[in-house]
Write a protein that binds this ligand. Structure first.
Ligand code: GLN
Ligand code: ZN
Length: 762
């Protein structure tokens, strides 16, 4: 390794490209408009550019193998030869993309969220009779690709324990039973890596150490890293952890021959506590002090203080200044944010700007003699941070006072009384039919929204267009015989962005794309200031829709916790406080809706579960404020106003008491793929509120038959009584086509009628 000057370190870098070049290349390849060679060319250019950005910013430790054409966990499965049976006749890119996305003959592998991020990985499918076989080609090639450009990289790998911990066994066993087979492949891989150069640094990511782990996993840490770190003299092993503290693993790893340990000091403040044991171990510490999960400019003084604290324990010479995790989770560069308010932009820092921060901090920390340019950067940083403390864009006394003094933590009336009133007033039948909110988002609607945004059509034209869509939605729902109607959400591009755009304190980026999975990116809005609602956000649309039907029109809002979890959140205030501000704003919206005679209001909490902390110790606190804020949001609802909520998942076993405590009158959930298995928990805890278990899977284009849905409804009736059940699809219909939605909903309503008849004649 060349002489280390600043010991600056980046865990990993985004790969989709500053203009989403990789997305475009992949999608045209999938559409048959580009060859795989073209994709590889784009990939090479991107890697080269990304390496150069890091090199030019004087980052000392730059990664290879942080790039991926789809996902690093999938790459690891390929590296190990962990190929599920159905894909084994395929090769190369056909194999790779078929595992990721499926093909006409094979279903894709499952995808799930990477810890508490919004990045999704491909879940490995393992089985006891798998024979693993090393394929090191991607890793070796990427290393040499960088080397040919004159760069010596560290090699990033996903660690064996994290890999296994996130795998599923298709034959039902424990993935850790495959440990010794897998470790052998990792050993073979390290042997190949050791031939690459005189000395190679390998970063092995083990974020699973940041969770509460069972003794089985903990007992595997020492044997694993004794073996991996001992096998090659010229390899230096870094074990990298992030997103939380990993104190238990630290205390084990100090007794292994690894060279360095990566710790996230921002999201795992307890990591400081376990540093004492590291102090005498002569290991290097990769100090994650620049936030890889958020987009705020660093506070230099605070960061230096933290580094000094670390240095006091482990010694300055043992420290590397690093991002807290891969920069994959934040957007690429601020340079494309041309429309943003300049004050706000000045508070932000995306991946490229974080590189500068890492370099500057490490310069300051190791060698305080700054050159003119660095001094200027330091001054600018101070000014930006101090303006954040006082700016009226951020601080709104009225909001702060109101939220502080907000005491209505609960709506009036207990559920048992409320539901009696509601049933009487609303007069819906048992097994009442409804949908989750959105109807198909056609290319025409998207165009109308874009045209309006770009002022190509007037607001009158836009309104007319949307109203026509709402009219059609209502006409269809009436024709189909649905009982509680929705307006269809044509005006919403996204269930968080739509509200964010209307709330004060919310910012939007032009190019703040973050990879969500494969080629898919999202552009999360960000909360920079105190949140308030200048005017009603949904009332006009819902009132219009209600005026067009005699049936009940359901109002539709996104809940406070979901709005929070799908945004970048300000870091100068606890998340729970921000959430409370959103909740208070939503309570006004609910009040306005009911004053306009809307009788049922749904508050979606699609992301309630994904906000759960990684460490059990913190769960209680999260649940407390998440429940509090849902209840604040609906606290304005009168007893006779029926509050629905919707959640996009199905496993409620761990959180059923929390769900119950939210005190919604009706909850619709995503259980279509599990029959009635997942509903049983509602029965076993004696859940009283009403439940709408999705009876068909909207994630597939398939139209379920009447018979199938009858069967499904009957299986629900085996668990919960008809008085407690609603019948609906398992999520919003916006990603489906009308030709799928129409027959599916007609079949759903027909199935309900048949079941109701049978129940009467029983
Ligand atoms: N009301 C929203 C819709 O139907 C809910 C979507 C969701 O929960 N993801 O689109
Ligand atoms: Zn949903």
């Amino acid at each position: 390794m060349s002489k280390i000057e600043y010991k600056s370190f980046v865990v990993g870098f985004p790969r989709i490209g500053e203009q989403r070049e990789l997305k475009r290349a992949l999608e045209s390849f999938w559409d048959g408009n580009k060859s795989f060679e073209d994709v590889k060319k784009v990939a090479h250019e991107l890697k080269k550019r990304h390496w150069n950005y890091q090199k030019d910013t004087k980052i000392e430790f730059i990664s290879s193998n942080d790039f991926s054409l789809y996902d690093n966990m999938l790459d690891t499965s390929i590296m190990l030869g962990a190929i599920p049976k159905r894909f084994r006749e395929l090769k190369d890119e056909a194999l790779y993309f078929s595992m990721a996305r499926g093909d006409s003959k094979r279903v894709a592998m499952e995808m799930t969220k990477w810890f508490n991020t919004n990045y999704h990985f491909i879940v490995p499918e393992l089985s006891i009779d798998d024979e693993y076989k090393l394929d090191a080609s991607k890793i070796l090639e990427e290393y040499n690709e960088a080397k040919d450009l004159g760069l010596k990289t560290k090699i990033n790998l996903i660690g064996p324990l994290t890999y296994l911990g996130l795998s599923k066994r298709v034959d039902g066993g424990d993935p850790y039973e495959l440990h010794s087979k897998i470790i052998t492949i990792y050993e073979n891989l390290l042997r190949e890596i050791s031939l690459l150069d005189d000395e190679v640094v390998v970063q092995i990511d083990e974020p699973i150490f940041a969770k509460d782990n069972n003794s089985k996993l903990l007992s595997l840490i020492k044997p694993t890293y004794d073996r991996l770190a001992n096998s090659n003299k010229n390899i230096k092993i870094i074990v990298m952890t992030y997103f939380e503290h990993s104190c238990e693993a630290t205390n084990i790893l100090i007794h292994t021959p690894i060279w360095a340990l990566g710790l996230d000091f921002l999201h795992g403040d307890e990591n400081l506590n376990s540093l004492g044991s590291l102090a005498n171990s002569n290991k290097k510490v990769i100090a994650g002090v620049v936030d890889g999960r958020n987009i705020w400019k660093i506070n230099i003084e605070k960061t230096l203080t933290l580094l000094e604290q670390i240095a006091q324990i482990v010694g300055r010479d043992n420290i590397f200044v690093s991002s807290s995790c891969s920069l994959l989770h934040i957007p690429f560069s601020l340079k494309y944010e041309q429309n943003m308010d300049s004050d706000i932009k000045n508070w932000l820092s995306y991946a490229c700007e974080k590189l500068d921060e890492i370099a500057l901090i490490s310069k300051l920390f190791f060698d305080s003699a700054l050159d003119t340019k660095e001094n200027l950067a330091l001054q600018k940083n101070k000014i930006a941070n101090s303006s954040r403390k006082t700016s009226t864009l951020i601080h709104d006394k009225t909001v702060q006072e109101r939220v502080k003094n907000f005491t209505k933590y609960q709506r009036n009336g207990a559920f048992a009384e409320r539901i009696k009133l509601q049933k009487e007033l609303l007069g819906y039948k048992d097994l009442a039919t409804t949908t989750i909110g959105s109807f198909p988002q056609t290319p025409e609607i998207r165009k109308a929204r874009n045209d309006f945004k770009n002022t190509l059509i007037s607001s009158d034209e836009y309104e007319l267009f949307m109203k026509k869509y709402i009219d059609n939605c209502i006409a269809f729902q009436e024709e189909c015989g649905l009982e509680v109607l929705v307006h269809g959400e044509p005006e919403r591009n996204d269930m968080v962005e739509y509200f964010g755009e209307q709330l004060r304190g919310y910012g939007f980026s032009q190019n703040g794309w973050v990879q969500s999975y494969g080629s898919r990116c999202v552009k999360p809005p960000f909360i920079y200031g105190d949140i308030s609602r200048p005017k009603p956000m949904t009332v006009d649309w819902i009132v219009y829709a209600q005026s067009k039907t005699n049936k009940i029109m359901k109002g539709m809002l996104t809940g406070p916790v979901t709005i929070l979890n799908w945004s970048f959140v300000r870091d100068d205030m606890p998340r729970s406080e921000v959430s409370k501000q959103i909740a208070v704003a939503l309570s006004d919206e609910i009040d306005d809706l009911q004053k306009s005679n809307i009788k049922i209001i749904q508050v979606d909490e699609a992301a309630f579960k994904e906000g759960y902390p990684l460490r059990d110790k913190k769960i209680k606190i999260y649940e407390e404020w998440a429940i509090r804020d849902f209840k604040i949001a609906v606290s304005s609802a009168k007893e006779e106003t029926q509050i629905h909520t919707h959640m996009c998942y199905s496993e409620f076993n761990d959180i059923i008491k929390t769900i119950e405590a939210m005190d919604a009158d009706v909850i619709s959930i995503e259980t279509a793929r599990s029959g009635n298995r997942l509903l049983k928990i509602f029965k076993s805890v004696g859940y009283k509120q009403e439940v709408g278990p999705g009876i068909y899977d909207i994630h597939s284009p398939r139209v379920p038959s009447i018979e199938e849905m009858i069967k499904q409804i009957k299986s629900l009736l085996e668990v919960l009584p008809k008085e407690q059940l609603w019948i609906n699809p398992d999520c919003g219909l916006k990603t489906r086509k009308w030709e799928e939605v129409k027959p599916s909903l007609k079949n759903m309503v027909a199935a309900v009628h048949i079941v109701r008849d049978e129940l009467v004649h029983q």
